[in-house]
Design a protein around this ligand. Structure first.
Ligand code: PEP
Ligand code: MG
Length: 577
C-alpha cells in the first residue's frame, strides 16, 4: 500500500482501477501486441500520418493567408519529415519484428533520430531537430488520441485516469466517458483542469508530482479529492475507513441538499445571492438541483474546445438562449471568451508563449480578433430577450480596456438595431476584477461598469506572483494573504461607494474558510461550482451580518496568511457549533 499526497482539486471519494494515459513526450509505456494485431497497428500508423499531413497543410494555408507565403513555407520541412521513407520503414519493420505497440516503436525511433541529429556538427541539421520534434509530437498525439479515445469510451467499468498532466480540453472530453476520478503529476487547485473536474463532479487530485511513476495500470486506487490523497493498492482496513468516509460525505451533502431552496439569509435578515459557475449549458439542471438561483459565471471558452471549427453565431445564440430561458427569472452572467493562459484552442494556433498567463489572453485576444469577439457579443445580445442575461469581460486591466470593449459592444448593438433585431437595451455589463491594476483602480472602473465580479483565481496568482497551475509553488497560493484581502476589500468598497453591486466568481467564493470574512466585507454575490451551493447557503444562514463584520474587521488587522487562516478556521468552528 502506498499513500500519495497531492492537491485536493475536486471533492469526493472514489475507488477504481488505474488507467494510465501517456504524456505527449516520447516516453510511451512499452506495450506488447499479438502478431495478429500488426496489420491494425500499421493501419493506425498510416492514419496518424495522413491526419498529421492534413493538419500541417491546413495550418500552412491559414498561415499563408494570415502572415504570407514565406512564413507558410517553414512547414514544408515538416511535410518532408512525414515523407521520410527511412523513418517510416524503420517503424514498420520493427513493428513486424518486435511485437510492441506502434506508439512505443515510433517513440523509440524518434528518440534515436533526435539523438543522431543532435550529435552532428551541422547547424542546418541541428535546426531540423525542432521540425522532427514538432511533427513527431503531432503524429504521436494522433496515434494516442485514437487509441485512448477509443479505449476510454469502450471501457465497461469506470476507471481512475492517471496522467502526467491533463489540459482543460482533455478534461472536458471526459464528460461522458468512463472516468470516475483522475490524478495528475502536475497542476494547481485553481487550474482550469481542476475547475473542470468540479463542474463534471469528478473527484480529482492534482500536483502529486510522481503519480505516473508510482502507479501502474490496473493498480487499485482510492482517490480522496477532498483531502488530496491517493492510496495505491490499499489494504482491507484502509478501504473500509474510506468506505465509511465516503458514506459520511454523502450523508453530509444529502443533509445540506434538504435545505437547498432556503434563501441565503443571515440571522439578521440580509440576503446574499448564491449563484453558480458553469462551463457547459447542460450543467443547468445541476445548478437547479443544488438550489442555485442564477449563474454568476458562464465560462464560454469551453464551447470552442474539442472541435475543429469555430462555433457559429447561431450556435452561440442557441446555447445562451437555452441557458437564459432555463434560468429565467434568475440572472445569467455570460463571460466573454477567456482564451489563453492554460486554455488553448487548436483552431487559433496560438503560438507558445513564455508566460501565457501574462500574454495574449482573454480580452487582449478578443481585441485582436474583433470578428470573433463581435460574433459572440451579437449572440449574447440576441439571446438577452429570452431571460435575464448580463455580460462581463475577463482580464480587464484598466479603464481603457473597459471602454474599448464597451465601444465594440455599442457597434454590435447598432448593427442589430439597423437589422431590427431585438435585444435587451438595458443589459448589464460588468468587469471581472482579476488583475491587480483593476483592483487598485476599482473606483475608476466602478463609474463605467454596472457590476464587478472578483476573479480571485487570477487575482491571487497575479498579486502574489504564483502560477495557479504550478504545484511547486502551490504552497504560496494564498487567498488569505493580506495583500489579496486588501484588494478584495478595496474592490467591494469602491463598488458600494459608486452604487454598484459586487460578486466573486473565483474559487475563494466557495471556500468555507473565507465565507464569513467575505460576507462581513459586504460581498453581494457568491458564485461557485453547483456542488458547493447547499453547504455555503447553510453556512450563511448560521451567522448575522453584525458578527460577520466583526470577524472581517479582525481578520483585516492580521499580518499574515497563516494568522488569517488560523483565525478564520477558529471562527468557522464556533459558528458551526
Ligand atoms: C478567476 O480568475 O477567478 C475566474 C473566475 O476566471 P477563470 O478561473 O476562468 O480564470
Ligand atoms: Mg480568471
Amino acid at each position: 500500500m502506498i499513500r500519495l499526497k497531492g492537491i485536493a482539486a475536486a471533492p469526493g471519494i472514489k475507488t477504481g482501477l488505474a488507467y494510465k494515459i501517456g504524456r505527449e513526450d516520447f516516453s510511451i509505456p512499452k506495450q506488447s501486441i499479438k502478431p495478429e494485431e500488426i496489420p491494425l497497428q500499421i493501419q493506425l500508423f498510416e492514419e496518424a500520418l495522413i491526419q498529421t499531413r492534413r493538419e500541417i497543410i491546413d495550418l500552412q494555408k491559414r498561415i499563408a493567408s494570415d502572415l504570407g507565403q514565406e512564413e507558410a513555407e517553414i512547414f514544408d520541412a515538416h511535410l518532408l519529415v512525414l515523407e521520410d521513407r527511412m523513418l517510416i520503414e524503420e517503424v514498420i519493420s520493427r513493428l513486424k519484428k518486435d511485437n510492441l505497440s506502434v506508439a512505443f516503436i515510433f517513440s523509440e525511433v524518434l528518440k534515436k533520430y533526435i539523438d543522431v541529429f543532435s550529435k552532428i556538427e551541422d547547424e542546418y541539421l541541428k535546426e531540423r531537430i525542432a521540425d522532427i520534434n514538432d511533427v513527431g509530437r503531432r503524429i504521436l498525439r494522433n496515434l494516442l488520441g485514437k487509441e485512448q479515445k477509443k479505449s476510454l469510451v469502450d471501457l465497461k467499468e469506470k476507471v481512475v485516469v492517471v496522467s502526467h498532466d491533463l489540459s482543460p480540453s482533455d478534461t472536458a472530453a471526459m464528460h461522458k466517458q468512463s472516468v470516475c476520478a483522475f490524478i495528475t503529476d502536475i497542476g494547481g487547485k485553481t487550474s482550469h483542469t481542476a475547475i473542470m473536474a468540479k463542474a463534471l463532479e469528478i473527484p480529482a487530485v492534482v500536483g502529486t508530482e510522481q503519480a505516473t511513476q508510482i502507479i501502474k495500470s490496473d493498480d487499485f486506487l482510492i482517490v480522496d479529492g477532498s483531502m488530496g490523497i491517493v492510496i495505491v493498492n490499499p489494504d482491507e482496513e484502509t478501504l473500509e475507513i474510506y468506505r465509511q468516509e465516503e458514506l459520511k460525505l454523502k450523508g453530509l451533502s444529502d443533509k445540506y441538499l434538504l435545505d437547498k431552496d432556503l434563501p441565503a439569509l443571515t440571522k439578521d435578515g440580509k440576503i446574499v445571492e448564491i449563484v453558480a459557475n458553469i462551463e457547459f449549458p447542460d450543467e443547468v439542471p445541476t445548478v437547479k438541483l443544488h438550489g442555485g438561483l442564477g449563474i454568476g459565471l458562464y465560462r464560454t471558452e469551453f464551447f470552442y474546445m474539442n472541435r475543429k471549427d469555430l462555433p457559429t453565431e447561431e450556435e452561440h445564440f442557441q446555447a445562451y438562449k437555452y441557458v437564459a430561458q432555463e434560468m429565467k427569472p434568475y440572472p445569467v452572467i455570460i463571460r466573454t471568451l477567456d482564451l489563453g493562459g492554460d486554455k488553448f484552442l487548436s483552431q487559433f494556433e496560438i503560438p507558445k508563449e513564455m508566460q501565457p498567463f501574462l500574454g495574449w489572453r482573454a480580452i487582449r485576444f478578443c481585441f485582436t480578433k474583433p470578428d470573433i469577439f463581435k460574433l459572440q457579443l451579437r449572440a449574447v445580445l440576441r439571446a438577452s430577450v429570452f431571460g435575464k442575461l448580463k455580460l462581463m469581460y475577463p482580464m480587464i486591466s484598466g479603464i481603457e480596456e473597459l471602454r474599448q470593449a464597451n465601444n465594440i459592444l455599442e457597434e454590435c448593438k447598432k448593427e442589430l438595431k439597423e437589422k431590427r433585431v431585438a435585444f435587451d437595451e438595458n443589459i448589464e455589463v460588468g468587469a471581472m476584477v482579476e488583475v491587480p491594476s483593476a483592483a487598485l483602480t476599482a473606483d475608476i472602473l466602478a463609474k463605467e461598469a454596472h457590476f464587478f465580479s472578483i476573479g480571485t483565481n487570477d487575482l491571487i496568482q497575479y498579486a502574489l506572483a504564483v502560477d495557479r497551475t504550478n504545484e511547486k509553488v502551490a504552497y504560496l497560493y494564498e487567498p488569505a494573504h493580506p495583500a489579496v484581502l486588501r484588494m478584495v476589500k478595496n474592490v467591494i468598497d469602491a463598488a458600494h461607494q459608486n452604487n454598484i453591486w459586487v460578486g466573486m466568481c473565483g474559487e475563494m467564493a466557495s471556500d468555507e474558510t473565507f465565507i464569513l470574512l467575505l460576507l462581513g466585507l459586504g460581498l453581494d454575490e457568491f458564485s461557485m461550482p453547483s456542488l458547493a451551493i447547499p453547504q455555503i447557503k447553510h453556512l450563511i444562514r448560521s451567522i448575522s451580518m453584525e458578527e460577520a463584520k466583526k470577524i472581517a474587521d479582525e481578520a483585516m488587522s492580521l499580518t499574515s496568511a497563516k494568522e488569517v487562516n488560523a483565525f478564520m478556521q477558529r471562527k468557522l468552528k464556533e459558528v458551526k457549533r
